[in-house]
Design a protein around this ligand. Sequence first.
Ligand code: SF4
Length: 365
Amino acid sequence: MRAGSDLFRLRDPARAAGLSRVLRRLAPERPVKIVHVCGTHEAAIAEHGLRSLLPDGVDVYEGPGCPVCVTSTADINLAVALALEKGAILCTFGDMLRVPGTELTLEEARAHGADVRVVLSAADAVRIARENPRREVVFFAVGFETTAPGTAAVLLDGPPDNFSVLCSHKLIPPALEALLRENTEVDGFLAPGHVSTIIGADAYRELAGKFHVPVVVGGFEPLDVLFAIALILRQLGEGRAEVENAYPRAVRPEGNVRAKRIMAEAFRVVDAVWRGIGTIPASGLELGEGFTRYNAREKFELEARTGDEEPPGCRCPEIIMAKAVPTDCPLFGTACTPLSPVGPCMVGVEGACSIWYRYGERPVL
Ligand code: SF4
């Protein structure tokens, strides 16, 4: 009962209208670009029509916050080859099946006879490996710091020898830094609540100081988002660039210490290719030295085949770099829809194009 009433409180239209007035008072007299890096934030903003409550001149963009969208073509190609050429059971999250590779998606590979299975976690893939001791089972691990601890946990738990991981986990703070280097219009970050639950609010302090940019960790209810934006605007008005935590009911300054420890045990940090961005130094995770026998890249010795990251006409790279919004793309809603996606931002449920298509023009809260 209490949880329900709390939820209602965080969606209360009267409070939202009050916060909207606060936002108008706090907004500087110049355009402001705020970037979040989380599909759940974009879904909350789009579903509840929160952009209609923002002052004129204050824009919120989704940056590289969709893990499916930023998974490189080379890794998709590798996953397809593992399933088609090596005959492995390829397990991954459902969103990954329709992300374009150079020639095939995983869904198309399945139509060609590959054994591609949707799982909800790395632990599901381990279960499949135990049930199929004569088959090689590869878990295609994608996602940010939110999903990486789950992969680390199964590695530390001693999975069977026929299990391996194609590791494509990525780290959010280096992506924020890459975005700031490439896009000088960014005035502030609405930091992702889920990722911050793991890495902690303190993980952004270096970035905020180095680039003099406000970073506010926000939750996912409508008033969470509006409150976090208000804190960013207040910092801008006061000339501050600090880390503030507007989601203290879930995020601690130090994050989840145990999750961070098992990630450090299982993985090493490597340079990683982000689709739409390119290589970002120290932004990815690869299996650590003690786990090489579970590393699918080494176990199967497949060459990574690179290819065009985006189909012709697709503006995902600009959307991922917070330089465009989905409706800037002429293919949005015409040639490109969730039923026949052209680019990765229309595939994943956390992709900006998919979210904008799903919610369209919604009434204000
Ligand atoms: S609408 Fe489709 S083609 Fe256009 S940017 Fe989005 S995913 Fe790419």
